[in-house]
Design a protein around this ligand. Structure first.
Ligand code: MN
Length: 229
């Protein structure tokens, strides 16, 4: 094998709940508008169009508990509380009925969004990458193995900022549940072990200011907390 001209990058590694083991992140896929009330608050009609996807760089994943510098280039940083699905077994053209065996586990996540840059991108018909895929834009709580959690088709999902409840929904309100998301996504790309899927956010997204702490909680999972300096 040829020498590398640079050291090979190491993947982002996420803690596994109740274990010293780590989950290596391969890619981060995200679902847009997967809760009807959130679609409405963003000015869209949730008419059950097929799910659409965007991505974040794999190294945008950071573990819960971090203190981060306030992101560059935004004056409107938003929280989005989301269930994160961690893929353990890859595949293409996965049937919804077979999706469960591809899931390693689940986590709570925060799809941090530079909402001002996203609004500009929408207005200009430009991509969302710089609104969604910035440094440390995916705060992920410790992952829980699927046999321990069950299928995570329902359960309270909340987001609070400085202890004030901002988002309060239930996983059962997803327009496209996890198994359907995996079926759609695996028709577009071949899923691989280590991939994460952020499954969309309920209503109530809003701003986080410098100095504030934001916590995403999902019943049965470890929280995803971030503080901005
Ligand atoms: Mn989102």
């Amino acid at each position: 094998m040829a020498d590398l001209v640079l050291p090979a990058p190491t993947p982002s590694l996420l803690p596994v709940a109740g274990s010293d083991a780590l989950f290596p992140v391969r890619r981060i896929f995200c679902v847009g508008r997967n809760y009807a009330e959130h679609a409405r608050e963003m000015g869209n009609d949730p008419d059950r169009d097929p799910p659409f996807f965007f991505t974040k760089p794999a190294d945008a994943a950071v573990p819960s508990g971090v203190t981060l510098p306030f992101p560059k280039a935004t004056e409107n940083l938003h929280h989005e509380a989301e269930l994160v699905v961690a893929i353990g077994t890859g595949g293409a053209e996965i049937a919804a009925a077979d999706a469960a065996r591809h899931i390693w586990g689940y986590g709570a996540g925060n799809d941090l969004t530079r909402r001002d840059l996203q609004a500009e991108a929408k207005e200009m018909r430009r991509p969302w990458d710089m609104a969604k895929g910035f440094d440390a834009s995916a705060v992920i709580g410790a992952l829980h193995a699927a046999p321990e959690t069950g299928p995570m088709t329902s359960g309270r999902i909340t987001c609070s900022v400085e202890g004030e409840l901002r988002q309060d929904g239930d996983l059962s309100e997803m327009i496209w549940p996890t198994d359907q998301i995996i079926a759609f996504l695996s028709r577009l790309v071949t899923l691989a072990p280590g991939d994460l899927i952020m499954t969309g956010t309920p209503a109530g997204v809003g701003a986080i200011a410098p100095g504030q702490t934001c916590t995403v909680e999902i019943a049965g999972l470890s929280p995803a907390t971030v503080t901005f300096s």
